[in-house]
Design a protein around this ligand. Sequence first.
Ligand code: FAD
Ligand code: NAP
Length: 313
Amino acid sequence: MLDCAIIGGGPAGLTAGLYATRGGLKSVTLFEMGMPGGQITQSSEIENYPGFFEHDKTGMDFMNTWQEQCFHFGLKHEMKKVERVAKTGEHFTITLESGETVEAKTAIVCTGSTPKRAGFKGEDEFFGRGVSTCATCDGFFYKNKPVTVLGGGDTALEEAYYLSNIASDVYIVHRRDTFRAAPSTVDRVMRKENIHLVLDSVVDEVLGDAMGVTSVRVKNVKSGEMQILETPGLFVFVGHNVNNSVLKDENGEFICKMNEWGQVIVDLSMRTSVEGLYAAGDMRIEAPKQVVCAAGDGATAALQVISYIQEQA
Ligand code: FAD
Ligand code: NAP
């Protein structure tokens, strides 16, 4: 029986592992379907993690030392995909993709979320080289330069507003002429002088060269007319998939309380509605979707697990 099963090896899961093992728990296993590191390993750089200021290091370089540190303190890693987490009596049963099961006293689920792709030409080719899904991460690279934002939901409009305080101009490309975002957010965006709306339009193709994106070709879906936006940055905010499937039972019902967008409802201690089950990082409600925040969540959850196990003993 494990003291704690951690599902997902991004910043939240690794930090949970570090705090749980260093805090004295003897048997803690991190289940991660690939190599630990999480989404940030896709990034060519990270410059907003306090204390880490090395421009020539990639997200992968940045996360490598996290694993070493965790393994040093006794965290075990199983490179296995988890199918399901279930509460069976007082304990948890972790079912792996292979069908094998593992018992644990507690579980911390940190499986993250995945930004959706819009599907235009060049999106994958230029991802990380001008195409981004994170304004907080990459907005600064476009200081006083124009950028394009794709999407018409709350995220797109809120991030467009954030970017308008950094970039010279922000072009919001949206496929309809009305927004899904809250009216108050739409009003705020409309009042900002350097935000320009390109409505009834989609991104047809992102164009660039070896250095990255140079411009964005946009198509008006009503007239078929094309226009080129000369922006070196394109931010895509067309929704997120929360990686929450491990929290569904065999009937497809969630085992703990979720909000309407499929994010796990937790309290400030990362406790879910199920005793002994914690969720941390990008998959929880109100997640700022930043490495530093996910790491903080992981530490909080692990400290709670240690107290919970002591109380149960
Ligand atoms: P994740 O990092 O998503 O990790 C979840 C892990 O769970 C993954 O490794 C996944 O393989 C694993 N997993 C999922 N399902 C299962 C399963 N069923 N079984 C086993 N394992 C599973 N943030 C910043 O602070 N600064 C930046 O500059 C920055 N840049 C970014 C650039 C890019 C391109 C991207 C995509 C994100 C960036 N972010 C940045 C955001 C940051 O990466 C995330 O906020 C952070 O990684 C979230 O951590 P997490 O641990 O919650 O989840
Ligand atoms: P969302 O509400 O699903 O909006 C996605 C947007 O992208 C929509 O405008 C959609 O257009 C557009 N879109 C989707 N696929 C596209 C494609 N392939 N090409 C071009 N455009 C595409 O996603 P979100 O903005 O990330 O928000 C997710 C949920 O979180 C929402 O319920 C939102 O209200 C909530 N949220 C709330 C807040 C807040 O309350 N402050 C902040 C952020 C998010 P259509 O409109 O035409 O479908």
